[in-house]
Design a protein around this ligand. Structure first.
Ligand code: NAD
Length: 502
């Protein structure tokens, strides 16, 4: 972390009222390429006043944006979807540069941004209300979905492009205005995306971007003109945002951490399952909220088979800088974790796993640095078996390429392992047996269930969100239900007298 401004570095800017500005900041943070350790940009951590200014601007812009016809409001979004498509390679490279995610993975992220824009373009239909003719004698009932005002979003580091698009297209299409705070660890992707938003033709003040850390997030929650706040981050942060918003009378969506289990039944299609597990566990170096980090083999034989085949398959993962041209199309390249701090935390947890008696089958700690990456933050695939539910490595979201393999004697015990866990984001079962699949989808306490699918992340047209300690709001993101978050349901009861009787 650096406090001073380096004049030769690209510097992130805020985007407020349709203009790029250099904000007043309490410090300047270096933005590093985690593959090489090279500092390639810097981000100002804005002071509270900058966040307040953006909210005030958005509040003013709401007055005219909220009354633009629904079909016209989505026109800039159609353009944005097109621009995202046209610039997908650039955006994917920006993600790979600041996060170290593989290019195929980064590209998948960009596709999901595009998909969310398209889904939100359906707002003129999604936002339609209801009418009941004859709610009473000569009385009709009507439900309106009206935009509310300024919504803010606080983003996590692991999807610098996609996660903001769970929110901003829907907020804007439904007639609200929006202020985003990207993660201070990966602010540069949204710089590029905000340039495209600028080109899309939204009126000034409708979309705004404020760089910063928690100071900006806290300012959003304290501002009286903010109607709602969306947070995606660790459970500690999500819980804090949820409770602060509840206290301050704001709407909130609050998605937190995860620890996702994949359950292998004896009748699973073993080779397809192992290939699936590999990408689920090691994609983005395990830093996906839908990444699996626990494999549960049901029965001794399945447990042994999963252990043997998964350990073997992990040798196929190649480590390197995703921007190294040799890895451009390699779905099995694994980049670094996001920072030196994240790496140290993961190494400490691996050590704790060893100390608590788990069996370290594959140790990714002493990796020789890949080419050009001597200062990168790499950890190779790390696999434990003989893991029990109460071990720290099972209870904690490690958020790195560290996998626990566990044994269950029955499907009931496997479901119990899933259900006893604090988190409940995603969980999958591998089986050809419909009875077991049905039991799992009904009984496993996770918000997103996969049947023979390792990353059951729903597409943009469906809701996305977990259960238990993975979410602190009753509303999820994406899908048609998001309209309820971004609009006030106003219910009208009306009647008119017959003029001839007055
Ligand atoms: P984080 O909680 O450290 O930070 C998230 C964001 O919150 C950042 O922008 C940060 O500046 C801001 N923030 C931190 N403290 C704040 C405060 N007191 N008030 C307001 N804002 C505050 O999370 P991270 O490390 O950036 O992201 C990784 C986490 O996000 C993991 O736990 C992962 O599981 C989770 N995540 C969850 C989902 C999901 O769908 N559930 C999706 C992506 C990431």
């Amino acid at each position: 972390m650096k406090a001073e401004i380096e004049t030769n570095l690209k510097t992130a800017r805020n985007y407020v009222s349709g203009k790029w500005i250099d904000p007043e900041h309490h410090s300047m943070l270096a933005v590093e390429n985690p593959s090489t350790g090279e500092v390639f940009a810097q981000v100002p951590l804005s002071i509270e006043t900058e966040a307040n200014r953006a909210v005030d601007v958005a509040h003013e812009a709401f007055k005219s944006w909220s009354v633009v016809a629904a079909s016209r409001r989505v026109q800039p979004l159609f353009k944005l979807a097109h621009l995202i498509n046209e610039n997908e390679n650039r955006i994917a490279r920006a993600i790979a540069e600041e996060l170290g995610k593989s290019l195929p993975d980064s590209m998948a992220e960009v596709k999901r941004m595009h998909e969310n824009c398209q889904a939100a373009c359906g707002m003129p239909i999604l936002q339609q209300g209801d009418k009941l003719i004859g709610a009473g004698g000569g009385i009709d009932g009507e439900v309106l979905h009206l935009p509310l005002g300024v919504f803010c979003m606080i983003a996590p580091f692991n999807f610098p492009g996609m996660v903001p698009f769970w929110f901003l297209p829907y907020a804007l299409a439904s007639g609200n205005t929006f202020v985003i705070k990207p993660s201070e660890q990966v602010p540069m992707t949204m710089q590029m995306v905000a340039e495209l938003i600028d080109e899309s033709g939204f009126p000034p003040g409708v979309f705004n971007l404020v760089n910063g850390d928690r100071v900006v997030g806290e300012a959003f929650m304290a501002h009286p003109k903010v109607v709602g706040v969306s947070i995606v981050g660790s459970s500690t942060t999500a819980r804090h945002v949820a409770s602060t918003c509840a206290t301050n009378g704001k709407r909130f969506q609050a998605l937190g951490g995860a620890k996702n289990h994949l359950v292998a039944m004896p009748d699973a299609n073993i080779d397809a399952m192992i290939a699936n597990m590999l990408t689920s566990c090691f994609g983005c170096a395990g830093q996906r909220c839908m990444a699996s980090s626990v494999l549960v083999g049901v029965g001794e034989e399945t447990y042994n088979l999963v252990t043997e085949k998964f350990v073997q398959a992990a040798t196929e993962v190649r480590m390197g800088d995703p921007l190294d041209p040799q890895f451009a199309n390699d779905p099995l390249v694994m980049g670094p974790v996001v920072s030196a701090k994240a790496k140290q935390r993961i190494l400490d947890l691996i050590e704790q796993g060893v100390n608590e008696g788990a069996n370290l089958l594959v140790d990714g700690r002493n990796l020789e640095s890949p080419d050009r990456c001597s200062n990168g933050h790499f950890i190779a695939p790390t696999i434990f078996n003989e893991v029990t539910p109460n071990m720290t490595i099972h209870k904690t979201e490690i958020f790195g390429p560290v996998v626990c393999i566990m044994k269950a004697d029955s499907i009931e015990e496997a479901i119990e392992i899933v259900n006893d866990h604090e988190y409940g984001n995603g969980a999958s079962i591998y089986t050809q047996n419909g009875y077991h699949a049905r039991k799992f989808k009904l009984e496993a306490q996770a918000g997103m269930i996969g049947i023979n699918v390792g990353i059951p992340a729903p597409v943009a047209h469906l809701p996305f969100g977990g259960m238990k300690g993975s979410i602190f709001s009753d509303v999820k993101v994406q899908g048609k239900e998001v309209v309820n978050f971004y609009t006030e349901k106003k219910i009208i009861t009306e009647r008119y007298w017959d003029p001839s009787e007055i």
